[in-house]
Design a protein around this ligand. Structure first.
Ligand SMILES: [Zn+2]
Length: 216
C-alpha cells in the first residue's frame, strides 16, 4: 500500500458510492461485467473518508425503465419517454428485494446518508442528483451544500450510466469532481463508455486510479 493509499481526505470532501447493489454485480439481474471487483476498492477508498454517501437504485415493481413494462420491447432497446430517450432494462433493484440490497461485501459503516433513486414509477434516475427529466432533484445537492462539501469523489456502478450522470450533475452544480476509475466498472452499450470518458474530459472531471489520490 502506497502512502497515497493511506492518506485521508478532509472535512470538505465526500465520497459518493454509486449503486453497489447485488443486481449490478455478477449473478444479478442487470450485472455489470466484473462489477463485484469494485467492492474491495470502494471499501479501501471509503476508509479514507470521514464523509461518505451511498446511493441505491430503488424501483417499484413495474417501473417504467423495465422492458417488461412495455409489451413487445426487449431489454437494452431505447424508447422515447416523455422526458427523452430511455434505455429499457431487465427488471432490477426492486424495492426491498435481495437484488436491491447492497453487495454483502460492502463495508462502509460510517456512511452518513443513503440516497435512494428511481422510486417514481414513471421516471428513471441514473444520477444521484436529478432524475432523468434532468429537472427533478433528489435533494442531494442541498445536502452536500449544507454540509459544506466542495469536493465530490465518485466510485461504483456503472461508470457509463449512474456514475457518469452523477459526476456530470455534481460538476454542473459547481463541485470539484473526481472519478475513482478503478472503483468503477461499466456496462458499455452503444459506445456508452467512450461517451462517458469524452464527457468527463469536456467537463474537466479527472478519472484517476485510487493510488493516485493523495492527501485531501
Ligand atoms: Zn435502475
Amino acid at each position: 500500500m502506497s502512502a497515497n493509499e493511506t492518506a485521508t481526505f478532509g472535512d470538505n470532501d465526500v465520497l459518493i458510492v454509486v449503486d453497489v447493489q447485488n443486481d449490478f454485480c455478477p449473478g444479478g439481474a442487470l450485472a455489470v461485467p466484473r462489477g463485484d471487483e469494485v467492492v474491495p476498492i470502494v471499501n479501501r477508498m471509503a476508509a479514507r473518508f470521514r464523509n461518505v454517501v451511498l446511493t441505491q437504485d430503488w424501483h417499484p415493481r413495474n417501473h417504467s425503465s423495465f422492458a417488461s413494462s412495455h409489451p413487445g420491447r426487449q431489454p437494452f432497446e431505447t424508447i422515447a419517454a416523455a422526458y427523452g430517450p430511455q434505455v429499457l432494462w431487465p427488471d432490477h433493484c426492486v424495492q426491498a428485494t435481495a437484488g436491491a440490497a447492497f453487495h454483502s461485501g460492502l463495508q462502509v459503516p460510517h456512511a452518513g446518508l443513503i440516497v435512494r433513486k428511481g422510486m417514481e414509477r414513471g421516471i428513471d434516475s441514473y444520477s444521484a442528483f436529478y432524475e432523468n427529466d434532468r429537472k427533478t432533484p433528489t435533494g442531494l445537492v442541498g445536502y452536500l451544500r449544507e454540509r459544506g462539501f466542495t469536493r465530490v469523489f465518485l466510485a461504483g456502478l456503472a461508470l457509463d450510466f449512474c456514475v457518469r450522470y452523477s459526476a456530470e450533475d455534481a460538476r454542473r452544480e459547481g463541485f470539484a469532481v473526481f472519478v475513482v476509475e478503478d472503483g468503477c466498472r461499466g456496462i458499455d452499450i452503444g459506445g456508452s463508455l467512450a461517451a462517458a470518458r469524452e464527457s468527463f474530459a469536456a467537463l474537466g472531471i479527472p478519472c484517476l486510479q485510487m493510488r493516485e489520490f493523495a492527501a485531501g
